[in-house]
Every structure is written in structure tokens, then in C-alpha cells.
Design a protein around this ligand. Structure first.
Ligand SMILES: *Cc1c(COP(=O)(O)O)cnc(C)c1O
Ligand code: SF4
Length: 441
């Protein structure tokens, strides 16, 4: 299949789009100026059921719509477009709106490491064992998810791109930080890069005696959005050879594949792609946020996990939707997230129960909601860190007062009348908890 990209300028040529009422098409044109919008012919031809729009889950995942924005934001842009305002005026209004949508949630700037005095802008190092690397050519995706917290990276906002073209700093940093065992290529989607680029980065890791690096990870949505990356793209075979080379070097190629709905696992193309990659010895782990309107029923998750295991993948994380972008449209209260997780988890065998969730990837760390319980007549959330800004925080249960509407960590109060959570007391960080997540959505 030949890749055909659709964006605002040509989306009206998508077969099926004429089934969308004209008012919803206009809404794509308005909201698509603020939220990222890009899709392709695999998504529109094989994943979306056009007889089920606008409710179709993959349609909702890829197409911006009116309800994804606050009323006043939508109306501001609509007014300007209707009045045929100049590009400069539109750009300014859009920029202001985007800035109010928390483009860098969970304090991502806190995680940028430095060497000497120089910040290493293409990297993030938050948890001891794992460094994130943002290769310059991988800061885009085969299609964009309307909820994505990386959206500031591909909407061209100034100073908002974490990218690093050169490997030299990366290698030096990894040499100096022997505690790092995992290097995670991320983006955007690093597997948008040509195999030649990927090969250059991987060779830098393999050729420099970085024996502390045991696992090379790739975070990607390409199986769901463009499985031909592994099948028929001109450099598909070269990519498989890279995974193969990592295995032969005695390291672990780990693919963190993003799947949000069973529909993304059902085509022959994705199943063949998974099979080809697994045949190299690369392991594929799966993760997704939990999203209202897309995958907010337990059966969707249990089916997804079973399909993944059948296709030789390992279910890994279920995330709580982050507090950014269109989150008011997608978010589910924490209590509801836990309920969906628990009902899905109990329907599957232990082989699928490698999955952990629901998880908030927040400023202090990855916090898992273990459940809702009652202690000394007080209804509480039981939580713990799967990853912490300080390793000592990990795997220590802690309690927050139950709050039926809370959708994120910064909306929770400590239980039992305490004023601070243990991690706030111990390290003097987060003096004001409401500053914790930067701007809450
Ligand atoms: C999730 C995440 C990782 C990887 O965590 P694992 O639990 O090892 O998968 C690394 N760095 C950051 C900043 C993360 O958010
Ligand atoms: S594929 Fe990943 S990085 Fe790209 S838009 Fe979707 S969630 Fe964001």
C-alpha cells in the first residue's frame, strides 16, 4: 500500500468523509487548527467504519471535533475563520489557546538532563534506569491522535520540540551514567524515521562499548497507524535487520506498541507486521491510555489484551489520559478508571495480567491506582508508585481521600486529615501541590 497522508488541506478527498454532516466537517476545519490533525489511507480505508461515524472509535481517535475544545476556544477560532481573518491574527489566537492547554504536562522540562552546563534538549532522564531520546527525524507520526500529549511537538510551537539530531551527546551521557540500562527512542514516533537513520542511532549504541545498555526500546504507534512500515515500505526489511542486529549484539530490542482499540489489531496487515517483527526476536509490549468515547468499557480492554497475547505481545500499561490538549473530552474519573481496569483484568487469564494500570504518569512519578477501599471509616484511594522521581518512593502504598470526580493526581488530598503526601514531606518538593502538574486541564 502506498502511503497517502490526509491533513486539513486535503481531508475532503477522504472516501467516506461525505457521510459526515457538513456542520461536523466545518468543526474539523476549526478544531483541526488547534489540535493536531493528520491521518492516512490505511486508517481511513481499513480501520474506520464510515457507517458508524462520528461514534467510530478510530474516527474519534484521529479526527478533531467541536466537543474536544472548550466552547470559548472553539468560538474564538470560528469567529476569526468566518470573518476571514488574516493568517497572522489566526496564528496568534491559536497560539494563545494552545498555550492554555498545558502543552508540556507533568513537568517534562524538569526531566531534561545536562552535561556540564549544557542542557541536553533531545533527552529526558527521570527514572534512573531509563533515558528517553527524541531523535530529530522522529518527531512526527503516521497519523495523530486527537488526545496526544505530544501535540505541542508537531504543531510547530516554538521551543516546544524535544529533539536532538546528534548521537554524540547521547553516547557521552550514557557513558557517564552507568546506572542507565534502557535507552528508549520516542517522539512523536521514532519508527517514522527511515531505517538508515534508525540504523545510525542503533550503531552508535552498539559500537561504543556501552555495556550498561541492555535494552533498546522503541515507543511506537506504527503497528496501529501504518503496519506497512514492517511489510512493504521500501526499507521495511532493513528495519527488521536492525532488530535482528540488536538481538545478535546480545541486547534486548523492546517495542512499546501503542494500541487503543481492538480494531487496530484486527487487520491482516497488522497481524503480519507483528509476526514479522516477533520473528526477529524483538519483544512487543503494549500500552494505551484509557479514553472516554474510545475504549471506556472493560470488554474492550479484555478483548484487546487477549488479542495481543494471541499475537505474541505482552500487555504492559494502561494509562490514565493526561491532563493536556483535549482532555476534558477524553478523561474519566480515577474511580471509573479503576473500575474499568478491575472488570477487564478479572476477565482474562494470568497470561494477560502482566498489564498494570490504571497509571498516572505525573510529575512525581508513575502512580498506579490500586483501588478504592475503606480505612477507619474513611473511603480512600490506595495508590503506589511504579516509578518515582526518587527510587525510594517506589512500591510504598499510600492513601488519598476518595474524590468521585478527581481525574488526576493534583486533584487528590492525602487521607486521614494529613496535609501532605509522604513524597511531598520527604523531599521538600511540591510545596504547593497545585503547582505540581503545571496548569491542570
Ligand atoms: C514511563 C517512562 C519511562 C519508562 O518507564 P518503565 O516503567 O520502565 O516502562 C521512562 N521515562 C519516563 C519519563 C517515563 O514517563
Ligand atoms: S501516535 Fe503517539 S505520539 Fe503520535 S499522536 Fe498518537 S499518541 Fe501522540
Amino acid at each position: 500500500m502506498q502511503y497517502q497522508s490526509y491533513q486539513l488541506h486535503n481531508y475532503t478527498s477522504i472516501p467516506g468523509i461525505e457521510k459526515l454532516p457538513s456542520i461536523d466537517r466545518k468543526a474539523i476545519e476549526i478544531s483541526g487548527r488547534i489540535l493536531p490533525f493528520k491521518t492516512n489511507n490505511y486508517v481511513t480505508e481499513q480501520l474506520i467504519n464510515w457507517d458508524n461515524i462520528p461514534d467510530d472509535p478510530v474516527f474519534t481517535l484521529c479526527f478533531p471535533r467541536r466537543d474536544m475544545l472548550r466552547k470559548e476556544h472553539y468560538e474564538t477560532v470560528e469567529r476569526l475563520v468566518d470573518a476571514q481573518a488574516g493568517e497572522a491574527q489566526l496564528r496568534e489566537a491559536i497560539h494563545a489557546i494552545r498555550n492554555s492547554l498545558n502543552p508540556h504536562p507533568a513537568g517534562q522540562y524538569l526531566n531534561v538532563p545536562s552535561m556540564g552546563d549544557a542542557p541536553l534538549n533531545g533527552m529526558q532522564h527521570k527514572y534512573g534506569e531509563t533515558v528517553l531520546f527524541f531523535p530529530g527525524q522522529g518527531q512526527t507520526c503516521h497519523a495523530y491522535c486527537s488526545f496526544c500529549f505530544r501535540w505541542s511537538q508537531f504543531t510547530g510551537m516554538k521551543g516546544m520540540r524535544f529533539a536532538e539530531k546528534e548521537t554524540e551527546h547521547l553516547v557521552r551521557y550514557l557513558r557517564q551514567h552507568r546506572e542507565v540500562t534502557d535507552l528508549l527512542f520516542t517522539g512523536g514516533d521514532p519508527l517514522v524515521m527511515s531505517s538508515a537513520h534508525i540504523n545510525r542511532y542503533v550503531d552508535a549504541l552498539l559500537d561504543n562499548d556501552l555495556d550498561n545498555i541492555r535494552t533498546i526500546r522503541f515507543g511506537t504507534k506504527s503497528f496501529a497507524y501504518w503496519p506497512y512500515r514492517y511489510l512493504t515500505d521500501a526499507d521495511a526489511d532493513d528495519l527488521l535487520r536492525i532488530f535482528d542486529k540488536i538481538v545478535r549484539a546480545g541486547k534486548h530490542p523492546a517495542i512499546m506498541a501503542h494500541f487503543s482499540h481492538p480494531a487496530e489489531l484486527a487487520t491482516t496487515a497488522v497481524q503480519e507486521a507483528l509476526k514479522r517483527v516477533r520473528s526477529t526476536g524483538a519483544q512487543i509490549r503494549t500500552q494505551s491510555p484509557l479514553l472516554r468515547h474510545i475504549n471506556d468499557r472493560p470488554e474492550i480492554w479484555s478483548e484487546m489484551w487477549r488479542m495481543q497475547v494471541n499475537l505474541q505481545c505482552i500487555p504492559y500499561y494502561m494509562f490514565v489520559a493526561r491532563d493536556t490538549g483535549a482532555c476534558e473530552f477524553f478523561d474519566i474519573p480515577l474511580a471509573g478508571c479503576w473500575d474499568i481496569f478491575r472488570k477487564a483484568y478479572r476477565q482474562v487469564s494470568g497470561i494477560c495480567r502482566t498489564v498494570r494500570g490504571p497509571i498516572m504518569s505525573a510529575t512525581p512519578g508513575k502512580v498506579q491506582i490500586l483501588g478504592v477501599s475503606e480505612v477507619r471509616n474513611e473511603k480512600v484511594f490506595v495508590l503506589h508508585f511504579l516509578q518515582g522521581r526518587h527510587p525510594d518512593w517506589v512500591a510504598r502504598p499510600f492513601f488519598a481521600a476518595y474524590h468521585p470526580e478527581a481525574t488526576w493526581l493534583n486533584m487528590l488530598e492525602p487521607a486521614f486529615g494529613k496535609t501532605k503526601f509522604f513524597f511531598e514531606e520527604e523531599h521538600g518538593m511540591c510545596e504547593d501541590r497545585y503547582e505540581l502538574e503545571e496548569v491542570a486541564c
